[in-house]
Design a protein around this ligand. Structure first.
Ligand SMILES: NC(=O)C1=CN([C@@H]2O[C@H](COP(=O)(O)OP(=O)(O)OC[C@H]3O[C@@H](n4cnc5c(N)ncnc54)[C@H](O)[C@@H]3O)[C@@H](O)[C@H]2O)C=CC1
Ligand SMILES: O=C(O)[C@@H]1CCC=N1
Length: 271
């Protein structure tokens, strides 16, 4: 297992592949224990230079590694599995970070006995504040699951969930940072519209987000209670919240996350 000195391969080194790679390096994983398989040669060279890791073919990565992390797009997963399946062996661990792709899909394309774990991470892993949910496949024992947990816990929190919850997890925490950045962007633009310098609006919004997130995590208080504390009777916040309700922002969030969940299900079908 890689935590005890074996090799870990990352196949697909785009945004999320590099996020995982950089987290493992920051967590002290020896770079000579890491391998990268990346289709774009210039991207592979870039990562070799940035981290000192070896970029090799997917087949070499899958042959040498005890743990193979697949971080390609869902639409590329079948092609990668077809390429590496003949070198995978029982006992090896395949960790998939792809939205929608089920452990059953992977298990049907690799040799019997290869352990598979499905993971849904998110990009705050880049600053060691990631949220990852992991689910075991059918040939996965506790050691494999612990190995996947250790891989992801180097960049943030990890929860274990039944695989049937992974499409919902994808809609909430996998895509979640994008919704938050969208809200931040909208608030900054609103600040500029109200006459604030852009730099001031940006600082106000980011610190407000950070402070609010810290209150949620450190006090454990329900968000409704925290919101009521801000909402003075007849005051400014009540006026703003009435607008959000009349523009159906709550309903829009629900519809958005249902759409993300449904898209995750579609990706499982290869579309
Ligand atoms: N970006 C995000 O916030 C999150 C992404 N994911 C999942 O991570 C996976 C990758 O997403 P991104 O990093 O955003 O995409 P990306 O497009 O940035 O990275 C994919 C990488 O895979 C490489 N690739 C494609 N085919 C390959 C092959 N046959 N062999 C080796 N490398 C190959 C591409 O050149 C590219 O560098 C997806 O399955 C996505 O669902 C999961 C959670 C969050
Ligand atoms: O947008 C996507 O499909 C990926 C999965 C979750 C976040 N990004």
């Amino acid at each position: 297992m890689s935590s005890s000195g074996g090799q870990t391969a990352i196949i697909g080194a785009g945004v999320m592949g590099e996020t995982l790679l950089s987290g493992l390096v920051r967590a002290g994983r020896r770079v000579d224990r890491l391998l990268v398989g990346e289709k774009r040669p210039e991207r592979a060279r870039e990562l070799e230079e940035r981290y000192g890791v070896a970029a090799v073919s997917n087949v070499e990565a899958a042959t040498k590694a005890d743990t193979v992390a697949l971080v390609v797009k869902p639409q590329d997963m079948a092609a990668v599995l077809d390429e590496i399946a003949h070198v995978l062996r029982p006992g090896q661990l395949v960790v998939s970070l792809a939205a929608g792709i089920t452990t059953a899909f992977i298990e049907s394309r690799v040799p019997e006995g290869v352990a598979v774990v499905r993971v849904m991470p998110n990009t705050p892993a880049l600053v060691d504040e990631g949220m990852a949910a992991i689910s075991p496949g059918s040939h996965c024992d506790d050691v494999h699951l612990a190995e996947a947990e250790s891989l992801l816990s180097s960049t943030g929190r990890v929860v274990r969930v039944p695989e049937k919850q992974q499409d919902a997890v994808t809609a909430i925490s996998g895509s979640g940072p994008a919704y938050i950045f969208f809200v931040v962007e909208s608030m900054i633009e609103a600040g500029v519209h109200l006459g604030l310098p852009r730099a001031t609006a940006t600082e106000l919004v980011i610190q407000t987000l950070y402070g609010s997130a810290t209150m949620l995590r450190e006090t454990g208080t329900h968000p409704v209670v925290l919101r009521e504390q801000v909402t003075s009777p007849g005051g400014t916040t009540a006026s703003a919240l009435r607008e959000l309700e009349s523009h159906k922002v709550r309903a829009a969030f629900l519809a958005a996350m249902e759409a993300a969940r449904d898209r995750s299900r579609q990706l499982a079908e290869g579309s």
